[in-house]
Design a protein around this ligand. Structure first.
Ligand SMILES: CC(C)(COP(=O)([O-])OP(=O)([O-])OC[C@H]1O[C@@H](n2cnc3c(N)ncnc32)[C@H](O)[C@@H]1OP(=O)([O-])[O-])[C@@H](O)C(=O)NCCC(=O)NCCSC(=O)C[C@@](C)(O)CC(=O)[O-]
Length: 356
């Protein structure tokens, strides 16, 4: 029943999306907002489901259309992602938007399917998409999911088959495509092989993760050329670049030159990976949107509104906003507010200096 319901909504989803971009002559870039999952999974504080749901609602309001909303992983491994079921139940879901969730194994998938089966048929499904994840090295795979890459691919094949049968789309992730925090430099050929394995099992897209954030345009370009020369089309690839060394935007521009049109990013540059010590969050959504402003690429979302969400969540988590663009826009908003107050108060020097 679930499969039928999800399949029925697909043509409507496609129609809404093609309408949204039909009038724009620019080439479309998809943004997968991963802040509520990749971002929050790495925060030291445990965040209540209500705050996570509010973050997703605000991102939806700000115009993003693919928002990764949580994980059905073991809470013993990643306690920050506990409560994803409650998040999905309480957040506002809009028809036509996608709210993928991470699933590491059949157990996680069964928990999600049980949740979906409890939903009345009239409601927008909690999600229509899962993301499965593996790595390009055994060392990272063991640290992250307690099994080798080959074992994880076996595990994920079963998950992908079952999810597809239930009408869910499946996205794949390959971590550590440039460097591994445990075993060093990664051979791009291995990245190509693992990507191909995920596509062969039925993933519609594979996101290539520079988990450590050490990649630069040279190493990312080399990795992409190996994957693309291996016969994998750019249309089924996404870039997922952590910004540890400030190379996230540069790596996206390089990926665009290689034909990639989907990128993962995180509002306020939230996050990191619990199994990649020292790595910072994803490239900030605000920075990506600003970098592509005025270019031949159309991106979803309202930059100013997203920047306000970045300011809000950074304050809520008591952390520094990691988005350079977000901070610049925040400073501009503060200046403009001061200007308005100056005009209202008649612009006297005492009034202004009292507020500074
Ligand atoms: C895969 C496992 C479960 C194997 O972990 P394990 O310990 O080998 O699993 P297990 O099958 O032996 O189960 C251990 C316990 O966990 C329970 N369990 C087992 N599965 C689930 C589940 N799905 N949901 C809830 N509970 C679960 C299971 O029932 C059992 O409970 P107990 O009997 O001890 O009470 C574990 O290693 C795990 O959850 N790992 C997830 C780690 C993670 O979430 N990492 C971050 C996401 S990946 C990432 O961030 C990278 C990415 C995607 O962003 C891209 C990039 O930047 O590179």
């Amino acid at each position: 029943m679930l499969a039928r319901r999800l399949l029925q909504t697909r043509p409507a989803i496609a129609a809404i999306r093609s309408r949204a971009y039909a009038t724009d002559a620019r080439e479309r870039v998809r943004i997968v907002e991963v802040g509520p999952r990749d971002g929050l999974q790495n925060e030291s504080a445990v965040i209540p489901p209500a705050v996570k749901a509010e973050l997703i609602n605000r991102l939806t309001e700000a115009g993003l259309d693919i928002i990764e909303s949580g994980s059905f992983v073991s809470p013993k491994w990643v306690p920050q992602m506990a409560g994803t079921a409650e998040v999905l139940k309480t957040m506002q879901r809009r028809k036509g938007l996608h709210y993928p969730v991470l699933v590491p194994n059949l157990k996680g998938l069964e928990i999600l399917l049980d949740l979906l089966s409890e939903q009345p048929a009239s409601e927008v499904p909690y999600t229509d998409e899962i993301a499965v994840f593996t790595a390009a090295t055994d060392a990272f795979s063991k640290a992250n999911t307690n099994c080798t890459v080959a074992e994880s691919l076996q595990r994920l094949e079963a998950v992908t088959k079952r999810a597809t049968k239930e009408g869910l789309r499946v996205r794949g992730y390959v971590s550590v495509v440039i460097d591994c925090p445990y075993s060093g430099k990664v051979d791009p050929v291995k990245v190509k092989e693992v990507t191909q394995a995920l596509l062969d099992m039925g993933c519609y897209e594979v996101s290539l993760g520079d988990t450590v954030g050490t990649g630069n345009p040279t190493t990312v370009g080399k990795m992409l050329r190996t994957v693309l020369d291996g016969g994998i089309p750019a249309s089924v690839l996404a870039g997922h670049y952590h910004d540890t060394y400030g190379m996230g935007v540069s790596n996206i521009l390089t990926s665009l030159e290689h034909g990639i049109r989907t990128f993962d990013s995180s509002v306020g540059g939230l996050g990191g990976c619990p199994y990649s010590p020292g790595a910072t969050g994803n490239v900030a959504t605000e920075d990506v949107l600003y970098a592509l402003r005025g270019s031949r690429y159309a991106t979803p979302g309202d930059l100013n509104a997203i920047a306000e969400v970045g300011t809000w969540i950074s304050k809520a988590l008591n952390r520094t906003n990691s988005s350079r663009v977000g901070k610049a826009l925040e400073a501009r908003r503060a200046r403009e507010q001061l200007e308005r107050e100056r005009e209202r108060d008649g612009g006297s020097a005492e009034n202004i200096s009292a507020k500074l």
